[in-house]
Design a protein around this ligand. Sequence first.
Ligand SMILES: [Zn+2]
Length: 348
Amino acid sequence: MRAVTVQPGVADSLGLVEDQPEPPAEEGPILVEALAVGICGTDHEIIAGEYGEAPPGADRLIIGHESLGRVIEDASGTLQPGDLVAGIVRHPDPVPCLNCAVGEWDMCRNGQYTEHGIKALPGFARDRWRIEPSFAVRLDPALAQLGVLLEPTSVVAKAWDHIERIGHRAEWQPQTVLVTGAGPIGLLAALLGTQRGLSVHVLDRATDGPKPELVAGLGATYHAVPVNDLPFEPDVVVECTGAPTVVLDVMCKAAPNGIVCLAGVSSGGRTIDFDAGALNRELVLENNVVFGSVNANRRHWTMAAQALARADQIWLESLITRRVPVNRYADAYTPGPDDIKVVLEFAS
Ligand SMILES: [Zn+2]
């Protein structure tokens, strides 16, 4: 069968293997036919040789962590042939740590977790894969074209889950949400904000291309201005750019008792001048919370599946700006100027 692989740590080693062995039985009782794999920034970092780890004893890693497939067979009887399924990316560390021990692998404390297509587990960019029932998430049959968005949605479902847990430290009735960055994560974070009945604002640098229209399609408001020029103080911020100046600006812009969720990863190495004392004063005197959020556990995947099933399917489809057949994989992994989400398609 076919598989898209890299040699981790070696830039531009991306290649399509035509004679990849069938997935071994020890991967799990559920055999899945791949339908689609979504591509994100992590894949580009892996292809650049900056990230990624092959399974023990292998020199190549099958990439792809945003999965959608159809069950061929399930020896455990959990799923039925024909069911739509996505595979959970992260598996708990073997120790396990306090959090992995209770299924909170997204909160792993020792970093020894593994991840399909990223860290020591084969990915989903192959014609067939296997998975354990506890790491398989069944999707509504209506999501045959869109279920590939489940993994990025799980990441924002976790962010919102934690925002709400923090919010309920005191009486809390949030009204306005600011999302910075209108990429797939930002747009899905905005979707989940609108599903909560909140007034959603999305800030991005782009003044044309698909982003303003996608935001308007949610009934949210688009802003292409500096954070400090926004005419309101958000109760909640979901920061998805990782851009250092945006990160600092949103921390100061949040309303009293505001919650700032940092979901974008900065590259580091760039320094900017800022007044740490003034920031501290702002956070303390306004009871603000700034926290980081990454990955998702099974509960969040389930929340994400529900959010996708509730969403406007035409709007979700418009997030997928390119669908590329696997035999043109190199095109799929080459970024385009108006890309939001690019999907590699396996269906023959
Ligand atoms: Zn752990």
